[in-house]
Design a protein around this ligand. Structure first.
Ligand code: TEU
Ligand code: CA
Length: 558
């Protein structure tokens, strides 16, 4: 397997709106990020991925872009951006930008032109169709509820939008669109960008004829997705992007790819032939999602083990995993896979051990490194996220769900769980802002915050720091082969990593109980040296021991 910097690095994701506010308007901004680079250096990460910072009317918090080559007014200016990237590079940090090119904002000048008339030169930049007698051109659904089509009165035709109606899909069949996107990518790369995280990049190619979809079922969680997930021209479009743009720079590329299998991922990221370095898969994120009810369901450790093992083995030697438990769209991992009550700190460390010991590049989402938790706001009015508000509206107004039940679902699933401001201190505004934050703080900021974490040698923060240092010092953390052991165990997730005659054993207790670990006979070792763990461990039998709640141990075997 080839050795590359993007396999060895650790990526930290920033959601700029919620990270650090430098001017007291309650909105995080670029100068706020600049002021925290030394904090990120202390943590030890190498790469920073910024969620979108481009001009946007913020229907979907920047994932609706109205100018790809300028900065969102509230976040600062291009000059601030230049200063930020210089500040990163001076500290040896790399910058990955979000590339959102499946769709634009409806405020983008291309769309403003496109909707004017059927013969406008920009008409074919988007996907327009006449309706059928009884409504939209087909039965596809949008991700954030409702039809994926919007009727535009100016021309009496519908345009396609897989996300909100203010996010019209670009027509990638049009070579002019591809040219515009590639030119824009060159422009940023020449300005100093070190890579791209590519939003819903596996949705660029839609099936010819845009046929009606089969009823929902299987792993397809949006009606119509079989006609736009990894569509017929996807590898061609990305191959063109690779030839035209990516291959000319030494960068990190990660595609966000909902609903893909390991085989799909290999097609996109194969060591020799793939267009991208890696993709974000969603199978582990979808285990606790009930698609039929747009709600939650309990997840089982057995399923998590099976999914992760399928990805680890499916990509082994052929492609590279990107490992994450958290991002700006997902509930907080400690509330979801761990315990946000008495075992918050140990379970956050156990999950960190898990994410950093899998083979692949680890991604950390802001606040994860101090064990930030979900939030339960008392009213729907406290929520900002367009997806959250849409689901609540449909559930309470169209499906007749009790508002309290709908709200309880939101507490579990809302994307705003990840978007409450970063908790820097216990001061009013949590050290995030001196003004009124754009979204409420999580009320636990007086106890869970960076200041507290930096003052406590036993904090989640320093555990992450140690994991990152271990990764840098031990190639086996990066390149070791993964093999699961004890596949049938309901409480323990255990696996080995092997490289050049060296072997690590990773033992993780995903429960608040105290299961016993017993090494399988075929795993031969007589001694084991603790590399890292989230509890003090005394000398004793290393083949058989009892785990404490959410305990994690990593041993080097001999
Ligand atoms: O998310 C794509 C995506 O599929 C999400 O809708 C995901 O299924 C959902 O958020 C899980 O709850 C990307 C961005 O990460 C997201 O923030 C954007 O809203 C979306 O694309 C549209 O650009
Ligand atoms: Ca600000």
């Amino acid at each position: 397997m080839n050795k590359t910097w993007w396999k060895e690095c650790v990526v930290y994701q920033i959601y700029p709106r919620s990270f650090a506010d430098s001017n007291g308007d309650g909105i995080g901004d670029l100068r706020g990020i600049l002021g925290k680079l030394d904090y990120l250096k202390t943590l030890g990460v190498d790469v920073i991925w910024l969620s979108p910072v481009y001009k946007s009317p913020n229907d979907d918090n920047g994932y609706d872009i109205s100018d790809y080559q300028d900065i969102m007014t509230e976040f600062g200016t291009l000059a601030d951006w230049d200063e930020l990237v210089a500040g990163m590079h001076a500290r040896g940090l790399k910058l990955v930008m979000d590339l959102v090119v499946n769709h634009t904002s409806d405020d983008h000048p291309w769309f403003v032109e496109s909707r004017k008339s059927k013969d406008n030169p920009y008409r074919d930049y988007y996907i327009w169709r006449p309706g059928k007698a009884d409504g939209p051109p087909n039965n596809w659904q949008a991700f954030f509820t409702g039809s994926a089509w919007e009727l535009d009165p100016a021309t009496g035709e519908y345009y396609l939008h897989l996300f909100t109606r203010r996010q019209p899909d670009l027509n990638w069949e049009n070579p002019k669109v591809r040219r515009e996107v590639f030119d824009m990518m060159h422009w940023w790369l020449k300005r100093g960008v070190d890579g791209f995280r590519m939003d819903v990049i596996n949705m660029l190619s839609k099936a010819p004829g845009l046929p009606d979809a089969a009823p929902l079922g299987g792993s397809r969680h949006v009606q119509g997705s079989e006609h736009f997930i990894c569509g017929p021209r996807l590898t061609e479009f990305l191959g063109e992007m690779k030839r035209d743009v990516l291959s000319h720079y030494d960068i990190l590329t990660v595609g966000e790819t909902p609903m893909v299998s390991p085989d799909d991922a290999v097609a996109l990221t194969h060591e020799e032939t793939g267009a991208l370095n890696m993709v974000f898969q969603f199978e582990h994120m979808d285990l606790d999602r009930n698609f039929a009810e747009q709600g939650s369901q309990p997840w089982k450790l057995q399923d998590l083990k099976a999914v992760m093992t399928r990805w680890q083995k499916g990509l082994e030697g052929r492609a590279w995993n990107s490992n994450y438990l958290s991002n700006h769209d997902q509930p907080r991992p400690v509330s979801r896979y761990g315990d946000d009550g008495p075992y918050r700190v140990v379970s956050a460390k156990m999950l960190a051990t898990f994410n950093h010991l899998l083979q692949g590049t680890p991604y950390i989402y802001q606040g994860e490194e101090i064990g930030m938790t979900n939030v339960a706001f008392p009213s729907i009015d406290d929520y900002n996220d367009v997806a959250t508000r849409n689901v609540y509206r449909v559930q309470t107004q169209e499906l007749g769900l009790d508002p309290q039940v709908a709200l309880a679902g939101i507490h579990k699933r809302s994307r705003d769980n990840a978007r409450t401001p970063m908790q820097w201190s216990g001061a009013p505004g949590a050290g995030f802002t001196t003004g009124a934050p754009w979204i409420k703080l999580n009320p636990n900021y007086p106890t869970i915050n960076v200041e507290q974490a930096l003052a406590d040698p036993d904090s989640v923060f320093y555990y992450y720091q140690t994991l990152i240092q271990l990764r840098k010092a031990n190639p086996i953390f990066v390149y070791g082969t993964y093999d699961m052991i004890l596949p049938e165990h309901d409480e323990i997730y255990a696996f080995t990593r092997t490289l050049d005659g060296e072997r690590l054993l990773v033992v993780l207790n995903f429960t608040a109980t105290s299961p016993e670990f017993a090494a399988p006979a075929e795993l031969a070792y007589s001694s084991a040296e603790l590399v890292i763990g989230n509890y003090p461990v005394e000398a004793g039998d290393v083949r058989r021991f009892t785990l404490r709640p959410y305990e994690a141990r990593v041993y080097r075997l001999a």
